[in-house]
Design a protein. Structure first.
Lengths: 327, 547
């Protein structure tokens, strides 16, 4: 678990809290720098000329003058290292540049598309938690057969690829039953299928982790002592064991968020839903360096924020961590 | 006897289809009107990429042409025989030396921003397309021979050419050189990309990126091309143009009635739609080149015509098309699309014949075979690199390539399929890293042959792009194509293009597959939909909803 690093042995708790925040911020800067650097060089090393992205996409039959104008305007005639440093310099001043293919400021594009993806990811994460908790609690309470069934459901759910799940849900709920629209667009009803598509495999994953630690917890001494104090079976699970069982799942939610963003690429495409995932896909295909880097930075930032949040939540759920900092 | 039997069979088939038709006749719904009804919103779901700019002068690809057809119009159009007909220009004359053309414009047309259509507008549009800052590629090529524009009067404009151009009218009919308001063109590019202003039946009113473009009716529309119906369109209040990249989702949305028209309908959905009475199909093959496999004759092993013929003879294309396209595509034996009046077909050249292929390869010296059954010669194996653009080749076409890979292996070819995205694909071509390739090319008229097979097309453009992937380099062919591009006499032009195509086919530089597929599906209560016979984009100028 990631929490180990946050268990300082120092005797001055105040300083350790500040240190923790500083370390977090420093880590964030390193992550963002690494993301920007990797994206920049990866995109420039794979085949394809960004100048063509500027002039109507790959295979453009642009004239020499047009290409030269574009290269000059966007600094593509400079050595790669100069371009890289110039780009980092712009990021330091929070200037994300202009998208080659969309001819719009990257910040505008991201601002337009970020909301859709965040809502999708947040709802999917929430639904995955509800499903995972439900199955874990039910199967832990209901004996061997239920446990085996729950475990099987989770394994199947984890293995379902997003594109297959999405197509099957459309076939069932849109084509056959006619209950839900196949196109997501910006409508609330259109959110249901994409959210379910993203939530099911994730729920399987979280559920596996949760049920295992739930069963562990149920067989540990503190549960026995709770039972001897007269706690009901449901009370044992909800008030004592679950808190224990949720810990690894909380830790994994940071990872889950990253998984959801990559899933969004598939889901947004299949359900024709505006969002960052789809923007990223077309930006990569167009070799649109500023836009891809911008999106990667935003996702890296969001990922770091979520990981930090899960650490804080871990502390809330696990008094052992809290006492270290607050003692 | 034989004839008689066939006759009976044909009658039986007719009888059965008549029965089926009766059985399938749609039940009378709330609509059923025979005269157009005004009003309503039509939703169009496109599978093409979202344009990055709605002004098709910028760049210039098919997705732009599709949507621009609804709000921009060209100087001339074509009828379904390929003959030029009036649109924004009501008449034109070519000078005797072929070096200038005078167009007389309609004098009653206004752009939707109120600017009148005058010769100054045409001059501004030509200048805009030819300005390097615009970044036009397709339109730029179309106007390649235009050296200057004279405003003879308000309604007469003269285009001066560097050499006679028999393809000028065909070039001008394309949406990539459509006429926009000169006032609107003076705005910065980002603005003009978001809201180009034309004379068409609809007006761009909103663009919600990644989701939809909203087009509202042009209430003052009066400039339909000469082959339009007698109607009083546009009838639709609004078109919502949605971007739905996934084929199955697009079809599900159409079947459920969430959208009214879809493009890029794939073979499986076309078959499904045939069984659905609420759906109809518009099949509008694109003009220009047929979809074909190009054989790189610029290097071994395809620098030997016998090896090229052996490949063509051992590729079981017909079986593949039958099993993968379910009758939605017909085999082509021509370098040109079937909508091109001057296309030449030669079926006999491409008959499947594995024995002949084996003999040809033996003759060419590929006599040994390695452990995998692949032929070898002087230590090199008969390996063919085939980069496949997953953006341009639909799944059924990619499967067809796999079948061709299997059947050509029987005679000893080792075809290596390399699926890749568009940027990587163009890079592979520019690096001459291919023996086989399939590249669509849409252009109106047979002049596309000059772009694809004239030796000038081997030299890459500054961007690395070149169109002569087969690397055909025959002086006699160059002469024919150059001559044909300058001769306006129909009989002479027809003969020149026939000779040119025979040379291309006889040399096995290409293996034609089928027309560039362009299938639309729409709900049966959408009436008055048609494709404009230039680049075959659908127009909604006369469309109405019978509901």
């Amino acid at each position: 678990m990631t929490i180990v690093a946050a268990s300082p042995t120092t005797t001055r708790p105040r300083a350790s809290a500040t240190q923790w925040v500083l370390a977090r911020l420093g880590g964030l800067v390193v992550v963002l720098w690494a993301a920007a650097t990797l994206t920049f060089f990866a995109l420039r090393l794979i085949p394809g000329d960004p100048a063509e992205a500027l002039l109507g996409g790959p295979g453009s039959q642009a004239s020499e003058e047009a290409l030269e104008t574009a290269r000059r305007e966007f600094g593509l005639d400079q050595p790669l290292l100069v371009q890289y440093i110039a780009q980092l310099g712009r990021y330091v001043t929070l200037d994300f540049g202009t998208s080659y293919s969309l001819k719009q400021p990257v910040s505008t594009v991201i601002a337009e598309q970020l909301g859709g993806t965040l809502v999708l990811a947040a709802l999917a994460l929430a639904l995955a938690w509800v499903l995972a908790l439900g199955v874990a609690v039910w199967s832990a309470q209901s004996g061997r057969v239920a446990a085996a069934l729950g475990s099987a459901l989770e394994v199947i759910a984890v293995a379902l690829p997003h594109f297959w799940l999405a197509s099957s849900l459309v076939l069932l709920f849109s084509t056959t039953l006619g209950w839900l629209p196949p196109l997501s667009g910006r409508s609330p009803a259109g959110l249901i299928l994409p959210v379910v598509t993203l939530a099911i495999p994730l729920a399987g994953f979280l559920g596996q982790v949760m049920r295992e630690s739930l069963l562990d917890a149920l067989s540990s001494p503190f549960v026995l002592s709770a039972r001897t104090r007269g706690e009901t079976s449901a009370g044992v699970i909800w008030r004592h064991a679950l808190r224990h069982a949720a810990l690894p799942a909380i830790g994994l939610s940071g990872w889950a968020f990253g998984n959801l963003v990559s899933g969004a690429v598939v889901v947004e495409t299949i359900f024709a839903r505006p969002g960052l995932g789809r923007t990223l896909l077309s930006a990569v295909q167009a070799r649109d360096v500023p836009l891809v880097t911008g999106i990667v930075l935003v996702v890296a930032l969001a990922y770091s924020v979520v990981t930090t949040l899960t650490d804080v939540l871990d502390r809330a759920a696990d008094p052992r961590l809290r006492t270290v900092v607050e003692a | 006897m034989h004839l008689h039997a066939r006759h009976t069979l044909a009658l039986a088939v007719l009888g059965v289809s008549a029965l089926t038709l009766t059985a399938c006749a749609p039940a009378e719904t709330s609509g059923g009107s025979t005269s157009p009804v005004s009003g309503g919103t039509l939703t169009y779901a496109t599978g093409d990429a979202e344009p990055t700019c709605l002004d098709p002068h910028v760049g210039g690809n098919y997705p732009q042409a599709l949507v621009a057809t609804q709000y921009l119009e060209s100087l001339v159009s074509l009828d379904d025989t390929g003959t030029a007909i009036p649109w924004l220009a009501e008449s034109w004359t070519e000078s005797d030396d072929g070096l200038s053309w005078e167009f007389t414009l309609r004098d009653d047309v206004e752009f939707t921003d109120g600017t009148p259509l005058t010769s100054a507008a045409i001059a501004a549009n030509v200048a805009h397309v030819q300005d390097p800052a615009t970044g036009s590629s397709t339109g730029y090529l179309a106007l390649g021979k235009v050296t200057g524009v004279d405003e003879v009067s308000d309604s007469v404009v003269r285009l001066n050419l560097s050499s006679p151009d028999s393809a000028l009218l065909e070039s001008l009919s394309q949406p990539w050189v459509a006429i926009q308001s000169p006032v609107a063109l003076e705005r910065d590019q980002e603005t003009n990309c978001e809201s180009p202003v034309g004379t068409g039946p609809f007006v761009v009113t909103a663009w919600d990126r990644q989701n939809s473009i909203t087009l509202d009716r042009n209430e003052n529309y009066n400039s339909a091309p000469a082959d339009a119906g007698e109607g009083d369109g546009p009838y639709l209040d609004q078109i919502v143009w949605r971007f739905v990249p996934d084929s199955a989702t697009r079809y599900a949305a159409l079947a459920s009635g969430e959208v009214d028209v879809i493009d890029n309908a794939q073979p499986d959905t076309l078959v499904a739609a045939e069984k659905d009475n609420a759906l109809d199909e518009l099949d509008a093959p694109r003009p220009g080149a047929s979809n074909r496999i190009e054989l790189n004759s610029g290097k071994a092993p395809f620098d030997d015509v016998r090896v090229r013929e052996a490949f063509a003879r051992s590729a079981a294309v017909n079986d593949g098309i039958a099993s993968l396209f379910f009758g939605t595509a017909d085999r082509s034996y021509s370098a040109l699309s079937s909508v091109e009046a001057l296309g030449l077909s030669d079926e006999d050249l491409f008959t499947f014949d594995a024995d002949a292929a084996n003999d040809l390869l033996d003759e060419a010296g590929w006599t040994e075979r390695n452990a995998d059954g692949i032929r070898t010669k002087d230590g090199s194996t008969l390996t063919l690199t085939f980069p496949v653009s997953t953006n341009q080749s639909i799944p059924a076409e990619q499967s067809l390539f796999e079948q061709i890979q299997a059947t050509t292996k029987e005679v000893g070819f080792d075809v290596v399929l390399e699926p890749m995205d568009l940027s990587s694909w163009y890079t592979a071509l520019a690096a001459d890293d291919y023996d086989l390739v399939s590249a669509p090319y849409t252009k109106v008229g047979p002049d596309v042959l000059r772009i694809l097979y004239h030796s000038d097309g081997i030299t890459p453009a500054p961007s690395g792009y070149f169109a002569n992937h087969s690397k055909v380099n025959i002086p006699e062919l160059d002469d024919l194509l150059t001559q044909a591009s300058q001769v306006t006499d129909v009989a002479e032009r027809t003969e020149l293009y026939a000779d040119a195509q025979q040379i291309i086919l006889d040399g096995y530089y290409i293996v034609p597959l089928f027309d560039q597929q362009n299938h639309y599906l729409y709900r049966s209560d959408v009436k008055g939909l048609r494709a404009i016979p230039t680049v075959y984009t659908p127009t909604f100028a006369e469309a109405w909803l019978d509901r």
